[in-house]
Write a protein of this length. Sequence first.
Length: 151
Amino acid sequence: MAGAIRRALAPHIAAGRVRLLGYAPWESMPGEYHRADLFLFPSPAETQGLVVLEAMAAGLPVVAVRAGALPELVRDGESGITVPPGETKALAGAVLRLARDPELRRLLGEGARKVAGQHEASRGLAQLLELYSRVSRNSGRGHEVKRRGAA
């Protein structure tokens, strides 16, 4: 897929309007996010979408495929643009659309930051602790537990 994306964007890469970063060490990522205009995540395979959330927290609009948990994070018209998996021309088109429209990048970047804030670790931890608390309060209610050897 990387080759197809490069071919679709070749004229814009050659003109210096698009730069595909590829691999970057973890330590350099904050600076890379702040130098970028948008974040492209073309892979349909993701685990928790953390790299997408990092980019969104930095205020970057995201172009991603509609796969896994990504549609929960990258909301079309709110925090980025999604396309069907395998649609390299659609990915390239979405990148070019954002590259050409600074106002759309700004709006989607603001939306991305808001969505990322809804997924911050402390909020998720608080929700998980609340769930555990409710489960522990309700455990055993209305249920009898038979012990071995009990009649």
